[in-house]
Design a protein around this ligand. Sequence first.
Ligand code: RNT
Ligand code: ZN
Length: 413
Amino acid sequence: MTHAYDLAKAQYADWGVDTDAAIARLKTIPISMHCWQGDDVVGFEKQTGASGGGIQATGNHPGRARTPDELRADLDFAYGNIPGAHRLNLHAMYMDTDQTPDRDEITYDHFASWVDWAKDTGVKLDFNGTFFAHSKADDNLTLSHPDAGIRDFWIEHGKRCRDIAARFGQELDSPCITNVWVPDGYKDTPVDRMAARRRLEASLDAMFANAHDPARMKDAVESKLFGIGVEAATIGSHEFYLGYAIRRGTLLCLDMGHFHPTESVADKLSATALSVKELLLHVSRPMRWDSDHVILLDDSIRTMADELVSADILDRTHIGLDFFDATISRTAAWVIGTRNMQKALLESLLRPWHRLRAAEDSFDFSTRFMVTEEIKDLPSGAVWAEFCNQMGVPCGQSLISELERYQSKTEQR
Ligand code: RNT
Ligand code: ZN
């Protein structure tokens, strides 16, 4: 324990906050890190090309992982510099096989190497169907496509993903959160939104028909306000999926880039948590649009963390990340972005919530205001450094040296 931490601990104690308890709690919060930051959302299928579906990673920084082994090496490095035990969020297009199965042909075997790796490293797995970057998604219509043959193709893909995910959960003894995001929508104003939404609902129902043990797999559905190429109508809008998740008992996934830029996604946590049992987050940083910038330790992230802690919903919210930036070191993006989420959580765990709540409940908004602002001077950085120290990962200058060292290694590829 450092002198700086002792001083910080005493300062927080003055405010009635127990820093050791905050560190102990933070150790138990897994973050589901997304595999797709490591290779610019390209994946390892042999037969497909660009990402499509309105998703776009821009930049050509050297060092992109081109194979499952390179991606796993980069992940090992990243997890080694992120304090705590975490999860990996895989996408179906990250299959690891010499075969060329189409999306409706994938099986567990195509992903078995990921489970071997997960068992070796202690990282648990989450999963996503890949409903984009495929010729059958070129119209930006998949599960809501008017052609039943195309819908069936994607339904089969979704079913197979759920089976694979359930096996992940079984092998790793941890429920695999399986998310569905489809790009479906229209560039220009459709005349029959209802028909498209009915088709999406029916396809989801068919996909989810086979019940899985929630100890192994849980379904989540992800909404979006709009995307590139589907400006006029997104079939899976927020209202659509909120209703669907409530009706069918799935998790609701809230992506911070999928709402109007002035909407607070943090505000939606307590609002939706009253209606759905569990939430999935895609923590992201939209800049003017769903640009998926690497998350900073900024107010939008802090507010998300505050709401998770204040609403006491951490144990039923799965924190996933969704950003990709190909203009900077991809491993640095993972490490710094994931640590930012943890830092925000730590700051939230260090707030004098009793005092703030007491002030609010007695209409003493002056105290709420004064305390909120004054505690911004408390040395949360010393508590973070102590946490990193206890978890055996670097911080500050030594972290930067590590990130630089590894990045130059990836540039030798
Ligand atoms: C797209 C969604 C979705 C994807 C990933 C790759 O707008 O946010 O979550 O980013 O599935
Ligand atoms: Zn997302």
